[in-house]
Design a protein around this ligand. Structure first.
Ligand code: NOJ
Length: 558
């Protein structure tokens, strides 16, 4: 099966930190419009924009107050229409974040719902009585939320608890209610009619919940994914959305299915013959290192074998059956270079990581700033955190820990690393804004910025551009987009090597994840060198000498 979104090159935008056009310190929609030419130049023709809907911004827009309007700080609906218009002239498709699982507690539905148990909208959300334990009113179950604490919040007005698997200000919608489903179909229809090309669907795996019985994982409050992830009804809801909405517009839909989705469930969501979603973002390849076990970043080590296994398993399971997005990390995760890169071999490792991922079968989604190798932020005080989950995490820590220790723990997993302002140039505030930004700016913008990258032919940015060009505007598009994927040397702990093959072409993608030197014997006759991350390649009698993080893409004779 072939679809329009398979040959596209995607890019993810977190509007708040992308580009500030009106100098209020926050990125905005006009800022995106102004940078469309930049994206086009890089080779992008599909963008996913994170939420810019009207919102009190408890979770930077994932808490939607009005699905049909734009948050003031991001601009106006007319700004968005302008963006769409310009994108169309550049042939850039736009998909939006569609938040189905919850709204803001300031959404009019919730304001009504909480007002009385007899209200028409009561059933739009999930309300339950608490439990009396030793005369103390406790939540209905011990289920924990993703953002620390209970998955239930007590509401005084009716003396009941509402479910909220994210923050207190993000009550979960009740998808069992047909009216809720119809409302959300209308929301989707409204944006598709306006001209958007599809959606990244937020937290989609959580729309169905298990019966409200305590998790046996612990006696305490505990985050038990099984209670609200990948349960059967989600598929019924998605089939309904597909039939009534997505299929009518040939929309691209990418579901966020969280870390708990197996390959089997990934296929259930997005196999071609399931008529649910176009693809799913899974997170199996996001945590293939020892981040959770270390206290010092200098001990961070990529588990190359597990990364290779994950890639191999997903790529092979989806052959002929479905399609995958290719993304390293996103706005909820650390920066790629601080996570899997090697700062001592900055350019080499950044380029190798790009080559390793984006020449597989699927649609690339580059996360903003990745194309210049942006890195994690160095936090020095608690007030620097903006992310609600980091703030909750901080408050949930043992009070006896020192301030420094708390900072270290929260910084390790904070989502704010990925949300610092884009480093456009080596000028004040990194060219992100002309006033002091309200988002953090990484002090390394003097060395890492877009302008310098563009003017240096050997930069990371130019390497990304070359990859996107190969996938898009070259005789290799067919093999690189649609060709078969086969991983070689499965057990090698340092080299990630795979072939792509079509009827008439064969490509060999060789990547070293090590700072040591290795030799690799190419067993085919080399036809062409398509891409490299060193100036030359060292090859003799078909044996390639791979330097630290070297990456080479060869066309070989079949
Ligand atoms: C996933 C989004 O990527 C994240 O940023 C957000 O906080 C949660 N869903 C809740 O909407």
């Amino acid at each position: 099966m072939r679809k329009w979104w398979m040959t596209r090159n995607g890019y993810q935008i977190y509007p708040r930190s992308f580009f500030d056009s009106n100098n209020d310190g926050i990125g905005d929609i006009k800022g995106i419009t102004l940078k469309l030419d930049y994206l086009k130049e890089l080779g992008i023709d599909l963008i996913w924009i994170c939420p810019f809907y009207d919102s009190p911004m408890d979770d930077n827009g994932y808490d939607v107050r009005n699905f049909f309007d734009v948050a003031k700080e991001f601009g106006t609906l007319d700004d968005f229409k302008e963006l769409l218009k310009k994108a169309k002239t550049l042939d850039i498709k736009i998909i939006l974040d569609f938040v189905l699982n919850h709204t803001s507690d300031e959404h009019p539905w919730f304001i009504e719902s909480r007002s009385s148990i007899n209200n028409d909208k009561r059933d739009y959300y999930i309300w339950e009585e608490g439990k009396l334990v030793n005369d103390k009113l406790m939540p209905p179950t011990n289920w924990g939320s993703f953002f620390s604490g209970s998955a239930w919040n007590y509401d005084q007005q009716t003396n009941m608890f509402y479910m909220k698997i994210f923050s207190n200000k993000m009550p979960d919608l009740n998808w069992k209610n047909k009216e809720v489903r119809n409302e959300m179909i209308n929301v989707g229809k409204w944006w598709l009619d306006l001209g958007v090309d599809g959606f990244r669907i937020d937290a989609v795996s959580h729309l169905d919940r298990a019966p409200f019985i305590d998790s046996t994982k612990s006696n305490e409050i505990v985050l038990d994914w099984n209670k609200f992830s990948n349960l059967p009804k989600v598929h019924t809801y998605l089939k309904e959305l597909n039939e009534k909405l997505f299929s009518k517009y040939d929309a691209l839909t990418i579901g966020e299915v969280g870390g708990a989705a197996s390959i089997k469930s990934g296929l259930k969501y997005s196999a071609f013959d399931r008529f649910e979603l176009s693809m799913v973002f899974n997170f199996d390849h996001n945590w293939c290192n020892n981040l959770n076990d270390i206290t010092d970043y200098k001990d961070l080590k990529t588990d190359v074998l597990s990364l290779k296994r994950v890639f191999n398993n997903w790529q092979t399971a989806f052959t002929d059956k479905g399609w995958l997005p290719l993304n390293w990390l996103n706005h909820d995760q650390p920066r790629l270079m601080s996570h899997y890169g090697d700062l001592a071999f900055f350019k080499e490792s950044a380029k190798m990581l790009a080559t390793a991922l984006y020449l597989m079968r699927g649609t690339p989604f580059i996360y903003q700033g990745e194309e210049i190798g942006m890195t994690n932020y160095h936090f020095t005080k608690f007030s620097e955190f903006n992310d609600v989950s980091s703030i909750n995490h901080y408050h949930s820590l043992d009070k006896d820990l020192s301030e420094k220790e708390k900072l270290r723990i929260v910084a390790k997993s904070s989502r704010d690393h990925a949300r610092t302002g884009i480093q456009w140039e080596n000028s004040e505030f990194a060219g992100f804004s002309k006033v002091k930004p309200k988002v953090l700016i990484n002090s390394n913008y003097k060395d890492i910025n877009v302008l310098d990258n563009i003017s240096d032919e050997s930069s990371i940015w130019h390497h990304y551009k070359k990859i996107l060009e190969l996938r898009k505007n070259s005789e290799y598009q067919e093999v690189l987009v649609f060709g078969k994927y086969k991983q070689l040397k499965l057990k090698d702990p340092n080299l990630y090597i795979y072939e792509r093959e079509s009827n008439d072409k064969k490509i060999l993608v060789i990547n070293s994840f090590s700072k040591d030197v290795y030799e690799y014997k190419v067993t085919y006759k080399v036809k062409n060198i398509l891409l490299k991350n060193y100036e030359d390649i060292l090859i003799k009698n078909n044996i390639i000498k791979l330097r630290p993080y070297e990456s080479v893409v060869l066309e070989v004779f079949k």
